[in-house]
Design a protein around this ligand. Structure first.
Ligand code: SF4
Ligand code: SF4
Length: 156
């Protein structure tokens, strides 16, 4: 059996009728750096497109993108801040849960727009292995910032 770290997939997102960007559910977690990058790219203040959410188990305060995402252009089906989109968006349909650290492939949302590639094909695919270190760094940063928000008690 192949492990998820060996998986190579590609998605065909143009014209996707079930674009993950327009879905109202789940949390798109953001680090402070990602929040700043989106603010710079859009010219909008952070509170125009993001919120603070508290994890019930830990009371940690996480920054999350408001959904449906305001940067998704319904007319073109494209991301309006593509070059500055956060890691969660870059990885989807791989989803990494910061609560558990588990990675899961949400293949059902993409349906037949997702192809599992037999041969590694740089430039048109990604693998968890390629992202492993950035993901670990991202989860650590999220938790550090979420915990610091609790200690300050101001959620910033
Ligand atoms: S990642 Fe999947 S659900 Fe999202 S736009 Fe692409 S094909 Fe659609
Ligand atoms: S930032 Fe871009 S890729 Fe991410 S949810 Fe919004 S529109 Fe989609």
């Amino acid at each position: 059996m192949r492990s998820i770290t060996e998986l190579q997939v590609s998605t065909t997102c143009d014209g996707c009728p079930d674009s993950c960007c327009s879905q109202p559910y789940d949390w798109v977690y953001l680090t402070a750096e990602e929040l700043d990058a989106l603010s710079r790219a859009s010219g909008l203040p952070a509170n125009a497109f993001s919120s603070e959410r508290v994890n019930a188990a830990t009371a940690f305060q996480f920054k999350v993108l408001d959904l449906p995402c305001r940067f998704f252009d319904q007319s073109t089906g494209r991301c309006g801040v593509y070059a500055s989109r956060p890691l969660v968006c870059r990885l989807f349909p791989l989803y990494v849960d910061p609560m558990t650290g588990d990675g899961m492939l949400l293949a059902a949302q993409c349906g037949d727009r997702l192809d599992v590639l037999e041969e590694p094909a740089p430039n048109i695919s990604w693998s968890l292995e390629q992202y492993a270190q950035p993901i670990r760094d991202w989860v650590r940063t999220l938790w550090r910032e979420a915990k610091a928000g609790v200690q300050r008690g101001d959620g910033t």
